[in-house]
Design a protein around this ligand. Sequence first.
Ligand SMILES: Cc1cc2nc3c(=O)[nH]c(=O)nc-3n(C[C@H](O)[C@H](O)[C@H](O)COP(=O)(O)O)c2cc1C
Length: 225
Amino acid sequence: MSALGRPGGAHESPSLKTITLAFTGASGLPFGLRLLDCLVAAQCRVYLVYSSAAQVVAKQECALSIPAQPREAERMFRERSGAAEGQIRVFAREDWNAPVASGSNPADAMVVCPCSMGTLGAIAHGLADNLIERAADVMLKERRPLVLVPRETPLSTIHLANMLALAQAGAVILPPSPGFYTHPSSIADLVDFVVARILDQLQVPHSLVPRWAGDRDGPPIGTSA
Ligand SMILES: Cc1cc2nc3c(=O)[nH]c(=O)nc-3n(C[C@H](O)[C@H](O)[C@H](O)COP(=O)(O)O)c2cc1C
């Protein structure tokens, strides 16, 4: 597994960020879990929300039991990622008192990773029927960064039309499609490729994957350090 991104260097952002992170019931939770670890390592505050389908997927593909109670989930994720007390806050699916439910107190950015076609469609149509959908709706209406990491294959015209509508509304559609020009040698490398692109969108500093034609402060891909 590559080293976690650390704050510092040429890409350092001037202030600490608060990121809303949502896990939904698409396959690809390893991307979301790795993203959470990287956000914690980069000293971001994370508001975490997950769907009940995400709990099913977590068990299936990561052998991870995500507690239904936000307090218990908070403790579990804090211990797992080594977060500081209060760095990760978990909100229930219908906690309309959560800060992310209101345009008066939105996070700096939001990521839905992985994003199911169901949640994607609901966001595209402004349903706002649970906290994930509402928080995403708030990001769009407040013109704040919203990154969606949709996972399905193949895609129907309905999925594609929903993605187009979301892109036109200002969301970033970031499919978990790793490149192979970095010569990945493990699943962890493939995961990091995608997580690096998400962190770039959030302007959160990291050193997960070498940049094409060289890091601003490091050697190019394919050359030794
Ligand atoms: C193991 C497993 C994998 C799934 N993978 C996907 C997927 O890749 N994409 C998708 O859109 N739905 C997938 N689903 C179906 C969604 O979980 C289902 O549509 C659910 O209603 C989504 O709810 P949510 O958007 O509230 O999380 C999967 C379900 C399971 C149990």
